[in-house]
Design a protein around this ligand. Structure first.
Ligand SMILES: C=C1C[C@]23C[C@@]1(O)CC[C@H]2[C@@]12CC[C@H](O)[C@@](C)(C(=O)O1)[C@H]2[C@@H]3C(=O)O
Ligand SMILES: O=C(O)CCC(=O)C(=O)O
Ligand SMILES: [Fe+2]
Length: 333
């Protein structure tokens, strides 16, 4: 990515004045090998929509392999990377996020997670990319998906649902509409001259899917919004995963879990690399509160919709929009 002068930064990127947010020590930590993991998962999803997962069983070597290969891709000349774009929705993108005018200090690759439906653009990326790229992406995704199924099965148990696979089956389905994102936030030395203002790497938003599984290098930048509206910085941990509740899981739990609002700020000196698996249901899946969770007489807070309908609306929205708003039932419904 090119270096921009300060006036150019001011013009092009959404800069916000915000107080420094110290690293937050209260992020819930779930140990996947803990016999009480299911309870901790449910409590964390209820109170934060977010948690850190340790002892997850995904080999650290898979993370390191993917990080190395990905850095190899982002180090290529801009003209070569651009040949893997635009991200419509899959492919290479730089500074522009989504189709509706959002921008950020980030470059990224968006990929489909289903190796059978690998898009021509992804094939191109893997053919032109670093030597081993496709192999390490697939190795990583396979391991993360399996770990994610376990998290969702523990979540169902923790919610008191007897059908353990009620959530995981949606991601295991061969038609699951999941995707994978590799984000690179180059260091931005100009940030230091911004008088306490921050440069947005990836603007505030919630993830539309069921669940997101994030791993980053040791550069901070990720922030989450707590239920009282305060933003806190997540201490990075390159050996762990961070799990986000997505909008779809909020609906499926009838609001018991809330999708977490999050964002990334650019760092003046260090580059951040993150890899995120977004687990979504099949396009035709009806999204509604899980019947096995609903108490007697409890009504859904949401109109019924399919994932395809929600996804279509999401891709017509701006990053910071409240995407679930139009799907909430009003008094008249
Ligand atoms: C501005 C946008 C980018 C996004 C599609 C959208 O119109 C609204 C949701 C955004 C988001 C956030 C989570 C994931 O990073 C993502 C891939 C997704 O599924 O929804 C992005 C979309 C994107 O970058 O295309
Ligand atoms: O890159 C990150 O750390 C988070 C990015 C993110 O929230 C997203 O891609 O949806
Ligand atoms: Fe996100």
């Amino acid at each position: 990515m090119v270096v921009l002068s300060q006036p150019a930064l001011n013009q092009f990127f959404l800069l916000k004045t915000c107080k420094p947010t110290p690293l937050f020590a209260g992020i819930p930590v779930v140990d996947l090998t803990d016999p009480d993991a299911k309870t901790h998962i449910v409590n964390a999803c209820r109170d934060f929509g977010f948690f850190k997962l340790v002892n997850h069983g995904v080999p650290l070597q898979f993370m390191a392999n993917l990080e190395n290969e990905t850095l190899g891709f982002f180090k290529k000349p801009q003209s070569e990377k651009d040949r893997a774009g635009p991200p419509d929705p899959f492919g290479y993108g730089s500074k522009r996020i989504g189709p509706n005018g959002d921008v950020g200090w980030v470059e990224y690759l968006l990929l489909n997670t289903n190796p059978d439906v690998i898009s021509p653009k992804s094939q191109f990326i893997f053919r032109e990319g670093p030597q081993n790229f496709r192999a390490v992406v697939e190795e990583y995704i396979r391991a993360v998906k399996n770990m994610c199924y376990e998290v969702l099965e523990l979540m169902a148990e923790g919610l008191g649902i007897t059908q353990r696979n009620v959530l995981s089956r949606l991601l295991k389905d061969e038609k699951s509409d999941s995707c994978f994102r590799l984000n690179h936030y180059p260091p931005c030395p100009e940030v230091q001259a911004l008088n306490g203002r921050n440069l947005v790497g990836f603007g505030e938003h919630t993830d539309p899917q069921i669940i997101s599984v994030l791993r980053s290098n040791s550069t901070s930048g990720l922030q989450i919004c707590l239920t009282d509206g305060t933003w806190v910085s997540v201490p990075p941990d390159q050996t762990s995963f961070f799990i986000n509740v997505g909008d779809t899981l909020q609906v499926m739990t009838n609001g018991r879990f809330k999708s977490v609002k999050h964002r990334v700020l650019a760092d003046p000196t260090k580059s951040r690399l993150s890899m995120i698996y977004f687990g979504g249901p099949p396009l035709c899946e009806k999204i509604a509160p899980l019947p096995s969770l609903m108490l007697k007489g409890e009504e859904s807070f949401y109109k019924e919709f399919t994932w395809w309908e929600y996804k279509k609306a999401a891709y017509a929205s701006r990053l910071a929009d409240n995407r679930l708003g139009p799907f909430e039932k009003s008094a008249a419904d």
